[in-house]
Design a protein around this ligand. Structure first.
Ligand code: 5GP
Length: 116
């Protein structure tokens, strides 16, 4: 049985299908990234797999090695592009109810630009 059913109507699914406008700052075969609508730091980016994964548990259990590598490589690329590779940053992925996840499509928050 599936871990959780993926909701095709979640807002990030709509962004991925280009049904909602969004400034995509990074894209490759497996990943897209954009700026968080309500930034919690001077730099607040979201990186997500293009595949339909509900959260980190779904992703780590069901995604291919290539997809998993691509997402974390993208985080590293974004840190370099946004100039926080040396100053440092925090990555967060809220998972499920206790993790406080609001949007049920896996995403990694990348926060930086000041001491957190
Ligand atoms: P979560 O709580 O699921 O880990 O985080 C969801 C994040 O998505 C929040 O930080 C929120 O500000 C951001 N967000 C929600 N809707 C949109 C949207 O339509 N566009 C963008 N760029 N970010 C969004």
């Amino acid at each position: 049985m599936a871990y959780k059913t993926y909701d095709n109507d979640n807002i990030f699914a709509k962004i991925l299908r280009k049904e909602i406008p969004c400034d995509i700052i990074f894209e490759n075969n497996h990943v897209i990234a954009f700026k968080d609508l309500h930034p919690k730091a001077p730099i607040h980016l979201l990186a997500l797999p293009k595949g339909a994964y509900v959260d980190m548990s779904d992703f780590t259990n069901n995604a291919s090695t290539e997809e998993i590598a691509a997402l974390f490589r993208a985080v590293g690329e974004l840190a370099k592009t946004y100039g926080i590779n040396d100053s440092g940053y925090r990555i967060i992925s809220n998972c499920g109810i206790d993790g406080g996840q609001e949007i049920p499509h896996l995403h990694i928050h990348i926060l930086g630009g000041k001491q957190l």
